[in-house]
Design a protein around this ligand. Structure first.
Ligand SMILES: [Zn+2]
Length: 312
């Protein structure tokens, strides 16, 4: 939403930037990513040409993140700020304003075929209904073809603020894109080994809409697209009825949310608790989802092992 304004401001800034002066020893591009998954994309594209900070770190929940005072200074010092957009980062607008940054704020979901939020689809034809969370599901990175668009957008954005290293950014992006293409094929093969009628699972919030759409599964969840509102009692009751009626193969907690609600629903329905999926954040460096590629592999194989443990 602020991207266009910042781009105009940027046109004037390019000539003042020491990076544009072509000095080989110029300081690294100062990049701020809003959360850990975008940080991982940026690290692959930027390599050693950038200094990178991610505001919401490992296992953090970007929906409800409370900025720290240091975050204002981090953004104020940025050459470029990379964000998801689609109202995913609820903390972002005020933080950007408080920092008075002149750096471009780039929404990386531009150009992606977005999924409408289910709330939006349900409320069509109801004039006066106000949407708190936007019309689209923001969790676009959960489908690998979309991750490839994030990476392209990052390379383009880095080239616009740091043209002297553009070739490097483009080469890095191409190398990473090849590993994303391989990852996509691997996930398709993993999910293909699950019989279609068993591909119904439950998680804590609606973070896996793009994964479900891309790879052919159904995800149920007590909480909606954001974690900032609690699941309603009637919503939980109808979910429990649905789980008892349909065959939900497995129930997963998420790394960013309190596991208790999911555990309670599993207990009440007798559904099988089957581990942890990584939704809106990576794990720490020693965890199973320290990078985006590892996160996606972990999620796909955790789901597959829960439903068809006998397949090697
Ligand atoms: Zn989420």
């Amino acid at each position: 939403m602020f991207t266009r304004l910042r781009t105009i401001a940027l046109a004037g800034l390019v000539f003042l930037s020491p990076l544009a002066a072509g000095a080989a020893s110029a300081k690294k591009l100062n990049v701020v990513a809003s959360f850990s998954i975008i940080g991982d994309f940026a690290r692959h594209v930027g390599g050693d040409r950038i200094d990178l900070r991610s505001l919401v770190g490992a296992n953090g929940d970007p929906h409800v993140y409370e900025p720290r005072p240091g975050d204002v200074r981090t953004i104020a010092a940025a050459d470029i700020v990379l964000v998801n957009g689609l109202q995913f980062e609820g903390f972002l607008r005020r933080l950007i304003e408080a920092s008075r940054t002149k750096a471009p704020v780039v929404e990386l979901t531009k150009g992606i075929q977005l999924l409408r939020s289910r709330e939006q689809a349900h409320s069509q034809g109801q004039p006066g209904h106000h949407h708190h969370h936007g019309d689209y599901d923001p969790h676009a990175w959960q489908a690998v073809p979309n991750a490839r668009v994030y990476v392209k957008n990052i390379a383009k954005a880095f080239c616009s603020v740091d043209p002297s290293s553009c070739k490097t950014y483009e080469t890095n992006a191409k190398v990473f894109d090849a590993s994303l293409t391989a990852l996509d094929a691997e996930i398709r093969a993993t999910i293909a080994s699950i019989p279609p009628h068993k591909r119904v699972v439950m998680t804590a919030h609606e973070a896996f809409g793009y994964f479900a759409h891309e790879y052919g599964l159904t995800f149920l969840a007590p909480e909606g697209l954001s974690t900032d509102t609690e699941a309603s009692a009637s919503g939980i009751a109808s979910l429990i009825r649905q789980i008892k009626q349909d065959n939900v193969s497995a129930v997963f907690v998420e790394n960013i949310t309190d596991p208790r609600l999911v555990q309670r629903i599993a207990t009440e329905t007798g559904a099988k608790m089957a581990g942890e999926l990584y939704s809106d954040a990576l794990s720490g460096p020693d965890g199973p989802a320290a990078t985006y590629v590892d996160m996606m592999k972990h999620n796909a194989s955790t789901i597959r092992k829960a439903i068809v443990p006998d397949v090697p």
